[in-house]
Design a binder for this molecule. Structure first.
Ligand code: ADP
Length: 472
């Protein structure tokens, strides 16, 4: 079976978060089980030189998008058994960053159309087209509307994955023809609640919908989680399933993953963790103290991640015998609040306001406790990554955090969970974790059990393959 994944980011070529991690790993896992996997994504100017040098030209194409006569070049790189195609258009993708541009709607509409045009120009037709999030939603909409009369494309089955329903791609109704190049007769496909909603368009057009954890799939039936789309989720329930993400153990492994101060395995866990902790404390300028529990958080600074809860009780946590390091970027208000906290607590708090994969790995490896008190969390990868480094996650029971973390006391416990979106429930759970940290025997048993958690992509890939098989 041939699967074409359509995405706006994929590790290691371009990534800003979880979607990049998934698209860097899922296609490889599906390919390993005997399928032909290809990924298509934009060629951003931020791509590192080491990958740029490997680009091979596949084709140049021109096509019409709304009133524009435009075009793109498509390049490829083969990596770990997967062919990655890159759509080059300097005007749309040389912006120094992936998202956040005034014309994102037009940029990703162009990309989505390029995907369909690429299939037509190259004759490279997959059995399954698997698109992800709002940026690529239009690839499915185009296939099922404007291009539905083209025989060569008719046999393609489509899967659409919602990685985060909060970002739906909502734009003004006037964008339909000019920006998206859709005929007015297709307005009903993308129209929702008085505007154009690209995620809704892909949900109603696709043959199957997945989201990134079973619990999140259930939660999306409720207004609190669905950001206005619960009616579409309910009416799509017959073709929707949650498949939990895995993590890339080749990249996030204390033994093989690299980038950390000292590698360690199950046997050398204690000494390895101690070396990493001391080096991390030294690197960020905190006192090098082996017995003080080190709590970290690595996240986008967005309210979805429960940052408000953390800020509400941060001063109280920092009164304990503890060190805390936060790594992240995002909303300025949160960045400033963490900077101010560092100013108040220079002895035991650091705010690293940046996106830095290397320091993130050093933090997973050096920390004792990982905070993830999300308000909503489709799947969450960070809590799984923390487990792989033997770092204990403290999470809220929501979305994929509920599916992946068993709380202390339960069979197979690998962390701590609390239920309500309440800052003091977070504080008390952190205190429970700190209390257990003081009991070395119990703590070591918990870290050993966390390290055993199995979040490989292999099982998730099997579930996706069964979905693809059912469709074709
Ligand atoms: P989301 O996709 O909602 O941002 P996930 O937990 O699914 O959250 O994935 C986040 C991924 O991004 C993890 O691999 C995490 O380590 C990484 N990450 C988040 N913020 C940073 C940062 N500032 N620096 C480095 N890596 C980060």
């Amino acid at each position: 079976m041939k699967i074409l994944y359509v995405t706006s980011e994929a590790n290691p070529f371009a990534a800003s978060g979880g979607l990049g991690d998934v698209m860097g790993a899922l296609p490889c896992a599906v390919a390993e089980q005997g399928n032909q996997c290809e990924v298509i994504m934009p060629l951003y100017d931020t791509m590192k030189q080491q990958y740029r040098e490997r680009l091979e030209l596949v084709l140049d194409m021109t096509f019409n998008h709304s009133w524009r006569h435009t075009g793109a070049s498509v390049f490829k790189i083969v990596e770990k058994g997967v062919t990655y195609y890159f759509v080059e258009n300097h005007y749309y993708f040389d912006r120094g960053r992936l998202y956040g541009e005034f014309d994102d709607a037009e940029r990703f509409a162009f990309f989505s159309r390029s995907v369909v045009e690429y299939m037509l120009h190259s004759g490279n037709i997959p059995d399954i087209l698997h698109a992800n999030d709002w940026q690529t939603a239009l690839s499915i909409v185009y296939l099922k509307t404007e291009y539905s009369h083209i025989e060569a494309l008719r046999s393609i089955k489509t899967v659409y994955t919602i990685h985060n329903i909060e970002y739906q791609g909502k734009f003004g109704s006037e964008c339909l023809g000019d920006v998206f190049g859709l005929d007015n007769m297709y307005r009903g496909v993308v129209d929702f609640d008085g505007c154009i909603n690209l995620m809704k368009g892909a949900m109603v057009s696709s043959d199957f919908i997945t989201t990134v954890s079973p619990n999140y799939a259930n939660e999306l039936q409720h207004d609190f989680f669905a950001f206005g789309l619960s009616s579409i989720v309910k009416s799509s329930a017959h073709k929707m399933r949650g498949v939990i993400n895995g993590i890339d153990y080749g990249y996030f492994s204390p033994e093989k993953g690299g980038d950390i101060y000292a590698s360690y395995n199950n046997r050398t866990y204690k000494s390895g963790k101690a070396k990493n902790k001391a080096a991390l404390q030294a690197e960020v300028g905190l006192p090098v103290l082996a017995d003080v529990p080190l709590v970290v958080m690595i996240t986008r600074f967005a309210s979805q991640k429960g940052i408000d809860l953390v800020l509400h009780i941060l001063d109280e946590i920092l009164c304990e015998n503890v060190q805390v390091i936060v790594l992240g970027t995002g909303e300025k208000e949160y960045e400033d609040a963490f900077r101010a906290a560092e100013w108040r607590h220079p002895d035991n708090f650091r705010a690293l306001i940046k996106f830095d994969r290397v320091i993130s790995k050093k933090m997973y490896a050096g920390a004792d406790i990982f905070l993830m008190p999300s308000k909503s969390e489709p799947c969450g990868l960070a809590q799984m990554i923390a487990c792989s480094y033997g770092t204990i996650p403290v999470v809220r029971s929501v979305g994929g955090l509920y599916d992946s973390i068993r709380t202390y006391g339960e069979e197979g416990a690998n962390g701590f969970r609390f239920d309500n979106y309440n800052a003091h429930e977070l504080l008390f759970t952190v205190k429970d974790a700190l209390a257990l940290y003081a009991d070395k025997k119990k703590w070591n048993a918990l870290t050993a059990s966390a390290k055993k958690s199995n979040f490989t992509w292999e099982n998730s890939a099997k579930e996706y393959i069964s979905i693809y098989n059912n469709l074709v």
